[in-house]
Design a protein around this ligand. Sequence first.
Ligand code: GLN
Length: 290
Amino acid sequence: MPEVGRGRVANYIPALARIEPDQFGMAVRTVDGELFGVGAAEAPFSIQSISKVFTLTMALGFDGEALFERVGREPSGNPFNSLVQLEHEAGIPRNPLINAGALVVDDVLLSRTYDAKGAILEFVRDLCGSLDVAYDEEVARSEREWGDRNAALAHFLKSFGNLDNPVADVLDVYVHHCALRMSCAQLTTAFQYLARGGVNQATGERLMSASLTKRANALLLTCGVYDAAGDFAYTVGLPGKSGVGGGIVAVMPNHWCVAVWSPGLNESGNSLAGTRALELFTTKTGISIF
Ligand code: GLN
C-alpha cells in the first residue's frame, strides 16, 4: 500500500517521535473469536487515545448517563486538543473522546476508585483475558513532560469547576492510559464487547447493556476520529477510535472488530495508511454499518 510510511509520526510526544514510520499491521477478530492478521498484527504499540474508549466504558459503569451532565456527546469538529471550544462552552467538553472530555472521565475514575491507574490496567487486562498489557512508563513520562496543552485543558476544566481532583492527579492518570502498549490482535479482543452487545469476549461478563453499547458505538462513529469523523464515516463506514500512536480500531456490531496500526499520521492525527486500509477493507468486503 503506497500510504505506508507516509504522514508524520506524533513528534509532539518525544518518545513517539522515534518510531519507525514504515510499519503496518492489521488484525480482524470475529465475535466467535477467530483471528486473522497481516504484517505487524502482533506488535505492541502506544495506543494513545484508543484508551479513551476503555476509560469511558468504566466511567459509564460508575455514573451511567449522569456522566453527560459533565461532558457532551456531539462531534467537536475541532482537533482533539483544541482549547477554544472549551472556553466557549463554559468548561463542558463537547464529547468524552476529545482530550478535554477524557480528562473529565479520568476525574470520575479518580473519584470512584481507590487506585485509578491500577483499576484501568485491570479492566483492560480483563478485556484481553491476558496479563500481557502494561503501561509504557517512558511514554507516560515523555507526554507528562511535554503535555502543556493537556495541562492547560485540565486547568481550564478545574477553573470551571468540572474537575473534582487535583489537576496533577488527573493528568497522571491520563498520560498513563494513553501510554498503554497493545497490539492490533489484542485490541480486537479488547473491543469485542462493542461488537457483542456489551459482553466481554474473554470472560463472558456483561459490561454494558445492549442499549448503552449501541450508544457507545454511536459516540465512536460521531466523535472517535475527531474532526475527521465525517470523512471516516464516509470512506470507512464503521464506528472507530484512533490514537496518535498510529492505531485505529473499528467495530462492525455483531460481526467483528478490526484494528490497524501504521505510525504515519494525517493532519487530523489519524493513521494515514490505517485509514486507507480500513477504507479498502470495507469497500472490498462490501461490509460496513451502512
Ligand atoms: N496522549 C495524546 C494527547 O493527549 C492522545 C491524543 C490522541 O491519541 N489523539 O495528545
